[in-house]
Design a protein around this ligand. Structure first.
Ligand code: FAD
Ligand code: NAP
Length: 322
């Protein structure tokens, strides 16, 4: 049976941005609803140690941190729902969002906090071999490569962290990067270069992932040096793709203004979108900082802005009624 739910503030997404928005909105007495999507807890649920979220003297586990945020959001009065928003209509108020469950969520104000998800190289072999040696999550799949050789593709923080994590399991880790320098933070680079199991293949792109056996599993990668055009083959048992993320904005296309890459556009210094009463927080609107703490920070901003916006609407309605 499908239901129609009515709330003042609907928060879409259960990452640091969504939970923080929920904590602030709930504490402001707005009784928010939060729709969690397919990954309650967001991206930090697929990592292990988080050592840069303030408040902890030593590293904490990503899934644990997100569980704490969920508990805190619930404790202060957030109504958390397991559903996936598949469609939104922001053309009239109350705003309407459609869940995959068939339920509809009507809200005076919406906070989009749907984050981003892993990007793939786009090779047919990569797609075919997902689950057979190709992965985008070392913490999820690294265990399966105990004592084996793996490659990681990418040069950002994720790629370097994935590579370092994989050294706990794999016999050797080869980082393949398309340029001659990494984008990852200096401290991560230092750890990577100092690790005896790691080597870096610079200025190279993966052109194909090779497979062998029945059922087929990864046997290596065909790589091309972008400066010389020279091809080479690297024998590995697993490939971890860590080349960045795509914002989760499909349900909001044509509803709010997005940039060329699909990120929600917000007015600088605010979380306001192109639609009054719809706010966006976290990685879904941020391709520069993309940190748990910045996502949480903008989640806080979105809730405070939503509260002010609702108050302004209420006084406008009261004035109109006089
Ligand atoms: P996300 O965490 O991406 O959460 C998005 C949420 O939206 C999810 O709950 C999802 O289910 C939900 N959602 C998506 N679509 C829908 C929909 N249609 N309907 C309903 N819900 C939906 N940052 C750090 O600061 N420190 C770190 O150590 C760190 N490590 C990282 C390690 C890895 C492997 C990765 C991938 C990222 C890491 N980051 C780290 C970055 C950090 O995880 C992100 O910046 C942060 O999680 C962004 O938070 P968010 O709330 O914007 O979105
Ligand atoms: P990112 O910073 O965007 O880096 C993506 C990397 O993949 C870049 O090195 C890029 O190369 C490469 N790349 C992109 N497309 C490619 C392609 N088609 N083929 C080959 N290589 C490709 O993404 P990220 O590493 O996932 O990080 C995302 C955000 O999360 C960042 O803001 C990061 O700081 C944050 N994060 C933080 C932590 C932490 O604080 N510990 C950990 C993980 C992630 P170029 O360099 O040539 O562009």
């Amino acid at each position: 049976m499908t239901d129609h739910h009515r709330c003042r503030v609907l928060i879409i997404g259960a990452g640091p941005a969504g939970y923080t928005a929920a904590i602030y909105a709930a504490r402001a007495g707005l009784q928010p609803w939060l729709v969690a999507g397919l990954q309650p807890g967001g991206q930090l649920t697929i990592t292990t140690e988080v050592e840069n979220f303030p408040g902890f003297a030593t590293a904490v586990q990503g899934p644990w941190l997100m569980e704490q945020m969920a508990l805190q959001a619930g404790h202060v009065g957030t109504h958390i729902v397991n559903d996936l928003i598949v469609k939104a209509d922001f053309s009239a108020r109350p705003f309407r969002c459609q869940g995959d469950s068939g339920d509809a969520y009507m809200a005076d104000c919406v906070i989009i906090a749907t984050g981003a998800e892993a990007r793939w190289l786009g090779l047919p072999s990569e797609r075919r071999l997902q689950g057979f040696g190709v992965s985008a999550c070392a913490t999820c799949d690294g265990f399966f490569f105990r004592g084996k050789r793996v490659a990681v593709v990418g040069g950002g923080n994720t790629a370097v962290e994935e590579a370092l994590y994989l050294t706990h399991h794999a016999e050797s880790v080869t980082l393949i990067h398309r340029r001659d320098r990494l984008r990852a933070e200096a401290i991560l680079q230092q750890r990577l270069f100092a690790h005896p199991k790691v080597r870096v293949v610079w200025n190279s792109v993966v052109e194909e992932i090779a497979a062998a056996g029945t059922p087929a599993s990864v046997s290596g990668v065909r790589v091309r040096d972008v400066r010389t055009g020279e091809p080479s083959f690297l024998a590995v048992d697993g490939v971890f793709v860590a080349i960045g993320h795509t914002p989760n904005t499909a349900p909001f296309r044509a509803q709010v203004a997005l940039d060329d890459e699909g990120y929600v556009l917000t007015t600088p210094g605010t979380t306001r979108t192109s639609v009054a009463g719809v706010f966006a927080a976290g990685d879904v609107q941020d391709k520069v900082w993309r940190q748990a703490v910045t996502a949480a920070g903008t989640g806080c901003m979105a809730a405070l802005e939503a509260e002010k916006w609702l108050a302004a609407q209420a006084s406008e309605s009261a004035r109109a009624a006089d």
